[in-house]
Design a protein around this ligand. Structure first.
Ligand SMILES: NC(=O)c1ccc[n+]([C@@H]2O[C@H](COP(=O)([O-])OP(=O)(O)OC[C@H]3O[C@@H](n4cnc5c(N)ncnc54)[C@H](O)[C@@H]3O)[C@@H](O)[C@H]2O)c1
Length: 271
């Protein structure tokens, strides 16, 4: 029987990952956007991939449970790759936290039940999760393995209003959620980790570029002088989901071309 690879979020990164690791496996693609999902599924089927498409909203617990159930009925889930998310310019603070943080919590807690020895979860966080926020002390002390419903009460109590701040907090939380979950996933012999990409070169970035000031747009700050591409992320996913990475769990891989280290050095040198 073929391995099942679940890819949640079939935007720029999801499709690159599907193409990279889908061959010889059975892909279960899931997204909120029905038209985009089915267009991506058609494209991959025409290219020879074996694909099931499932519409879901990761905020909704039942929706995530139905996806996990559908996928596990098709076969053994080898990997769940979570790329669904909202960038700071796409929505307000509340929805960004609900999708990026609570939605991720629902995926981690639901799929944990379906993991087998050798299974892997990969959560796409962001370089923004490596930037400091005024909530860092509180976030570090939170019990991130708590149920998503409990996390929602905690996050709502912070009363975050700015979408950029909500985004950074949600992505920092994703890194901490993965660290916390690794212990429970290990009980099943499964691994879970996160990847933090820098700003990716895809159509969404065109919107981000226009909406953000040039100062915040970090290509010129990269140590590697080019944009990160979805293929850079897909290549890392290919390695991390393989048995060659069997000792890697509970950790985050920052793939930002050196932007974070450049920025930290700049801050140190300006003091
Ligand atoms: N693009 C970048 O520059 C960049 C950089 C760092 C991190 N990230 C993160 O990487 C992930 C993937 O980014 P991308 O560039 O592929 O984004 P994208 O916008 O191309 O794709 C994200 C997908 O998530 C889906 N989605 C949104 N809300 C959903 C919900 N409630 N339920 C189910 N699906 C939902 C969207 O329909 C979309 O297809 C996101 O979490 C994003 O925050 C992106």
């Amino acid at each position: 029987m073929k391995n099942i690879i679940v890819i949640i979020g079939i935007g720029g990164m999801g499709i690159a990952i599907a193409r990279r690791i889908g061959r010889g496996n059975r892909l279960v693609l899931a997204d909120f956007d029905n038209m985009k999902l089915h267009a991506a599924a058609r494209e991959l089927i025409n290219a020879g991939y074996e694909v099931e498409a499932v519409v879901l909203d990761i905020i909704n617990r039942k929706s995530v449970e139905d996806l996990a159930e559908t996928a596990s009925q098709l076969g053994e889930i080898h990997a769940v790759i979570h790329t669904a998310g909202l960038s700071p310019t796409m929505s307000d603070a509340q929805r960004i936290l609900d999708v990026n943080l609570i939605g991720t919590g629902r995926i981690i807690e639901t799929f944990q039940k379906h993991m087998k020895a050798g299974s892997v979860g990969i959560i796409i966080a962001s370089m923004a999760g490596h930037m400091s926020t005024r909530y860092d002390n509180i976030l570090e002390k939170q019990q991130w393995s708590a149920a998503a419903d409990e996390l929602k009460i905690f996050v709502d109590s912070l009363e975050i209003k700015q979408s950029a701040e909500a985004y950074s907090i949600s992505k920092k939380a994703n890194i901490l959620q993965v660290q916390a979950a690794a212990v429970n996933w290990a009980e099943k012999g499964a691994r879970i980790l996160s990847i933090s990409p820098g700003i990716i070169s895809n159509p969404m970035v065109g919107v981000e570029k226009r909406k953000q000031s040039a100062k915040n747009y970090t290509l010129e700050n990269a140590t590697v002088k080019r944009m990160v591409t979805p293929e850079d992320i897909a290549a890392a996913v290919e390695f991390l989901q393989s048995s060659q990475a069997s000792f890697i769990t509970g950790t985050d891989l920052l793939i930002d071309g050196g932007v974070t280290s450049f920025t930290k050095n700049l801050q140190l040198n300006s003091h």
